[in-house]
Design a protein around this ligand. Structure first.
Ligand code: ZN
Length: 191
């Protein structure tokens, strides 16, 4: 089932996700719904907060992006990033490896807004998958950027928090409009 994506101004986006102790059937259903929602919105990553659940859960699929390369290492050996797609990360932990690099980012919770964000080029990721099995990998490029963006969501951190002041200042009117529209819609939904 396709879910509604929570937009900037919805307080759930600022909530730190609770750890998932077991991938119960309702979590498996949520994962399937998150993939459907992400694909319908042409996203490459989606965090549980973005569909209204403050949980340590994110889904990623970068296969549709051809012009921004990714790297992957499994057990220290180079591997095809596509081999781990679609990717489910439950309770992920990310450790930066490379030096920060700048790159363009957008977010389904911020329609049509983009900014240059600095993040470490590579990261080590540990998590469990949708079957509750431990997974570990090192990634770089677009995949590393995407993982870091999503793991930020799981901790209530948004990409605008990592923009430099000039970029955020440029986007300020749009951000204020989006926040106001979201708050109005939430108020209306509550009646
Ligand atoms: Zn996002």
């Amino acid at each position: 089932m396709k879910l509604t994506v929570c937009k900037y101004g919805d307080p759930v986006l600022r909530r730190k996700g609770a750890a998932i102790t077991a991938v119960a059937p309702e979590i498996r259903q949520l994962i399937a719904d998150m993939f459907e929602t992400m694909e319908a919105n042409h996203g490459v990553g989606l965090a549980a907060q973005q569909v209204g659940h403050a949980l340590q859960l994110t889904v990623i699929d970068i296969r549709a992006i051809e012009d921004r390369p990714s790297t992957l290492e499994l057990n220290g050996q180079p591997a095809d990033p596509k081999s781990i797609m679609p990717l489910v990360l439950v309770n992920p932990v990310v450790k930066p490896v490379g030096a920060p690099v700048s790159g363009s980012e957008g977010c389904l919770s911020f329609p049509k807004l983009y900014g240059e964000i600095e993040r470490p080029e590579s990261v080590d990721v540990t998590a469990t998958n949708e079957r509750g099995e431990p997974i570990a990998f090192r990634c770089g490029g677009l995949l590393a950027r995407c993982v870091q963006h999503e793991v930020d969501h799981l901790n209530g951190i948004l990409f605008i928090d990592r923009m430099d002041r000039a970029t955020k200042e440029d986007l300020k009117p749009d951000l204020e409009d989006l926040q106001a529209a979201t708050k109005a819609a939430l108020k209306k939904a509550k009646g």
